[in-house]
Design a protein around this ligand. Structure first.
Ligand SMILES: [Zn+2]
Length: 240
């Protein structure tokens, strides 16, 4: 079973690990511990490298099964055997952009709920750009500008971002979490990871985030679209 290091330390860029499984069908290896994000909650999986005997093998895709995190390797390289020690390196430039983007999306969620009571229904992101869907009936161009200004104001305030792993029963007592529908999580999940932008937003979330909103930089709402009478899609981008 892989110990997922990113859950408690988003800033871990390199780590040592041992190969615990190989899957020739997908040219993938599982590791005893991994800081690679396997994808989920709208955040794409990480990429990077495994270094073995001074050879850097690209990790081109990462996915998670119930037990393990699997790292698909560039098929140009032979699959290393179980027991091999590796030094693993995350593509930090890409990952850090995703962390800034993911936290920016939570700032947007927090602002839109606090100021307009609109709930988020979904979202997706790439490095430095994302989109989020809201139940937001009366969205206009003027309102979008106000939201962009407010999001940037909150980012500049430098809210700390806190990650916690709570027992399910404890998480279910928190009203902010109930609003984000944690009751839909499968019953076998006994611990719930929460991401709190202190004073602004609290969600159950598995992703990687920056430590402080000031790290995000300037956000633009680049577009918005109607996806029906109630549902609106907001597109945001972040200055590199
Ligand atoms: Zn999230």
């Amino acid at each position: 079973m892989t110990k997922n290091l990113y859950q408690t330390d988003s800033y871990l860029k390199e780590f040592d690990a041992t190969i615990t499984g190989v899957d020739p069908a997908t040219n993938a290896v599982s590791l005893d511990s991994s800081a690679f994000y396997p994808g989920g909650g709208g955040q794409p999986h990480d990429t990077g490298w495994l270094e073995i005997d001074q050879q850097r093998i690209p990790v081109i895709r990462v996915r998670k099964t119930e037990e393990d995190t699997w790292h698909e390797l560039d098929p140009a390289y032979p699959l290393p055997p179980i027991g091999t020690r590796v030094m693993a390196i995350i593509d930090w430039d890409r990952r850090y952009k995703l962390m800034r983007t993911h936290t920016a999306m939570h700032v947007l969620c927090g602002v839109v709920f606090r100021d307009y009571g609109a709930l988020v229904t979904g979202g997706n992101m790439d490095p430095l750009e994302g989109r989020m869907d809201f139940e937001f009936e009366n969205l206009s161009k003027d309102l979008v500008q106000i939201i962009e200004d407010t999001v940037n104001l909150e980012i500049q305030k430098g809210h700390p971002v806190k990650i916690k792993i709570l027992p399910r029963e404890e998480a279910f007592q928190i009203p902010d979490l109930i609003r984000t529908k944690i009751n839909l999580l499968p019953p076998q999940i006994s611990e719930i990871r929460t991401v709190e932008i202190v004073g602004l937003d609290l969600q159950a979330d598995g992703g990687t985030h920056v430590n402080n909103t000031a790290e995000i930089g300037k956000v633009h709402i680049s577009d918005y679209k109607s996806k029906g009478k109630i549902n609106k899609r907001i597109y945001l981008s972040i200055e590199s």
